[in-house]
Design a protein around this ligand. Structure first.
Ligand code: SF4
Ligand code: SF4
Length: 434
């Protein structure tokens, strides 16, 4: 078995405080749901319902406003009782519609009715994805339609990459989703390939999960689309776009396969595509890994969008002691949660509460020039140098800072706990792209 990876740096990231990857539990439905109008990379969706209106489960309540924006739907039936707004950690203001649960569910607990999609043209599938507000269920939440256009504009043949790369234990929700909704992920990949005009599907799987990879390959093959399985490494940040592309291009070279434009999507997004096209439903819920040392019983929960993050911690037995840091994503590259009333959104794959450890808010010390950050940087940068230059000049760390993609490997190994990646990324020329 040949394993493809990126040539330098990276880390083996382990964390005992993540939930078990065995199965999910269904979270309680909230009595009050807060449905944010920003759950995507672009502008806030414009509300199409008013306070006092009754809404149905899955009903459109906010309409996307141009590129980067996406439609928003009610995830529970009930009455819109008020609007709330709050500051997000990236400085943007979000606004949400508060729905008090009332009435009956039209989707939850009902038998699933499948719509045939095999004869749909790409444009018809794209229209369904836009109608149901399907975005990439991670990162900033790019609408899929925008991603298709971006890859299409390259003029090259597109390969859809099914990204089942588990280089971070905080991807537990994706892992459980793959197990529990396996066929949905496979069919979602085939539907997505049709919508994007992809000529090939590449299943990229961490080599430790080769059995999952083989099953994905065999299932997708039954749809008659060209598909390949590529085993990749599991050193973080293997899943990152740059590092994954390096691995896939070296696979293409070895196999004599022309790998041009890559549309890279994870299992949660592919399952959402399936649900929009085959079940005609928006994103109502998602798998969320809940854990961290401060949480009594970490677990993967299946959660309705709009549920309070605080409720998820309570459902996991509450805190063993007051956490020092609460965030979503992964401790390496998380986004701070400023208020436990913040709701779960489409892109929220994990929430964690830390007592200490990486990013745990400890005080920093001066650099001891140990060189660890240089060893782990996958881009071959000198984070110590870039950090010091940026801190000294406040004007960017020099030409190579722009190559930093903010993976956070340097932060994780720095014994002085210096915030290297955030300083470099936020410097004049730095950038974050994954
Ligand atoms: S890892 Fe931290 S302490 Fe070591 S050289 Fe890099 S910045 Fe300095
Ligand atoms: S955050 Fe930037 S500087 Fe640090 S390891 Fe990653 S790419 Fe290198």
């Amino acid at each position: 078995m040949r394993v493809y990876s990126f040539p330098q740096g990276g880390i083996q990231f382990r964390d005992p405080a993540v939930p078990q990857k065995t199965a999910s539990a269904v979270a309680f439905l909230p009595g009050l749901s807060v449905i944010p109008l920003v759950q995507h990379s672009g502008a806030r969706a414009a509300p199409v319902v008013a306070i006092g209106d009754y809404v149905r489960e899955g009903m459109l309540i906010g309409r996307g406003q141009g590129p980067g924006s996406a439609n928003i739907h009610a995830t529970v039936p009930g009455k819109v009782i008020k609007t709330v707004s709050w500051q997000m950690s990236d400085g943007r203001t979000n606004e949400g519609l508060v729905i008090r649960l009332e009435g009956s569910f039209e989707i939850l607990g009902k038998r699933e009715e499948f719509s045939p999609w095999e004869n749909l043209r790409p444009r018809e599938i794209q229209r369904l994805l836009a109608e149901y507000g399907i975005v990439e269920m991670e990162g900033p939440g790019n609408p899929l339609g925008d991603m298709f256009v971006r890859e299409d504009s390259t003029g090259e043949s597109i390969s859809l990459v099914v990204r089942c790369v588990f280089d971070d234990p905080w991807l537990a929700a994706d892992y459980v989703l793959c197990r529990e909704r396996f066929r949905v992920v496979c069919e979602g990949a085939v539907i997505t390939a049709r919508a994007a005009g992809a000529e090939r599907i590449i299943v990229a799987v961490s080599y430790r999960e080769r059995d999952l990879g083989r099953r994905l390959l065999e299932d997708i093959e039954t749809y008659g689309i060209p598909v390949s399985l590529v085993m990749v490494g599991d050193r973080y940040p293997q899943r990152n776009r740059r590092e994954l592309e390096l691995a896939l291009r070296s696979y293409g070279k070895k196999e004599g396969l022309a790998i041009a434009a890559l549309l890279i999507l994870g299992p949660a997004t592919l399952a959402a595509v399936h649900d929009a096209v085959k079940l005609k439903r928006p994103i109502l819920d998602r798998y969320v890994a809940v854990g961290g040392q401060a949480v009594r019983t970490p677990q993967v929960l299946k959660v309705r969008i709009g549920t309070r993050i605080g409720d998820l911690f309570e459902e996991c037995g509450g805190f063993v002691e007051k956490p020092r840091r609460i965030a979503t994503g992964s401790p390496i590259r998380g986004r701070e949660v400023l208020d436990l009333d913040e709701p779960v959104i489409k892109t929220c794959s994990a929430v964690f509460a830390l007592l200490d450890g990486p990013g745990g808010g400890e005080t920093t010390r001066a650099c001891i020039s140990c060189g660890e950050c240089r060893i782990v940087c996958p881009v071959g940068l000198d984070p110590e140098y870039l950090y010091k230059r940026t801190a000294e000049t406040a004007s960017g760390g020099g030409g190579r800072a722009a190559e930093c993609h903010g993976c956070g490997c340097c932060d994780l190994v720095c014994p002085s706990r210096l915030p290297l990646s955030s300083v470099i990324v936020n410097s004049e020329q730095g950038g974050r792209h994954d």
